[in-house]
Design a protein around this ligand. Structure first.
Ligand SMILES: CSCCC(=O)C(=O)COP(=O)(O)O
Ligand SMILES: [Zn+2]
Length: 204
């Protein structure tokens, strides 16, 4: 079990270096988690620099988001735990603050629609560019329980999604493993950038 925690923590640390290296988690922003087989969750400690994570910056919480080791979990922990509740097979949640995800929420109000891109096939379960997915945009909210509820209500009404954007803030995506979630981060941030260029040009 301890081994499993160390492995997940190492994956989170590596993901943090990659995400920060791309400029998608500046100035301590972002948070990352991975679920263990027994339902406990390894998550980043609040306020730590996500490009310079060490094993001490990864802690354990229970499924309700309560600290199991006395450390203080991410301020956005409830956004992670509500996703794990919704998706029982899911293994990891990543929340970057990339510029394209942040900027695209200034161009679109309720959702970003991604369609006819070959890179959509980087998302689990998508096999053709002839696909259309909607990524909802929720208003930013310092009240995280209220924001988590809003996301849960959206999922209840609209069904499964690949991620969501918090306006002017960043986005959440997830996957069966840290590697899957990281692929989703990379694909979505890239596709958001394309939509900015496409619609930015159109509005000139
Ligand atoms: C400096 S960014 C503001 C907080 C935030 O949005 C974030 O993602 C990081 O918060 P955490 O408590 O997880 O470090
Ligand atoms: Zn954030």
């Amino acid at each position: 079990m301890n081994d499993e925690f160390q492995r997940r923590a190492d994956e989170i640390i590596e993901a943090g270096r990659f995400i920060h290296g791309k400029g998608w988690a500046p100035a301590t922003s972002g948070n990352f988690s991975a679920r263990l087989a027994d339902g406990r969750i390894a998550i980043t400690v609040s306020g730590r620099h996500k490009g310079q994570l060490t094993p001490d910056d990864i802690m354990l919480i229970d499924a309700e988001g309560r600290s199991l080791d006395g450390k203080k979990p991410s301020a956005e922990t409830l956004l992670h735990t509500s996703l794990y509740r919704r998706y029982p097979a899911m293994g990891a949640v990543l929340h970057p603050h990339g510029p394209s995800a942040t900027l695209v929420s200034r161009l679109f109000r309720d959702e970003v629609v991604l369609e006819d891109y070959e890179l959509l096939k980087a998302l689990a379960g998508i096999a053709t560019h002839e696909s259309r997915i909607a990524i909802p945009i929720f208003p930013n909210d310092q009240n995280i329980p209220r924001l988590a509820l809003r996301v849960e209500e959206y999922l209840e009404l609209h069904g499964d999604i690949y991620g969501y954007i918090i306006a002017g803030h960043g986005f959440y995506t997830w996957g069966d493993s840290v590697a899957d979630a990281l692929r989703h981060v990379e694909a979505l941030e890239f596709l958001f950038d394309l939509e900015i260029r496409l619609h930015g040009v159109k509005t000139l």
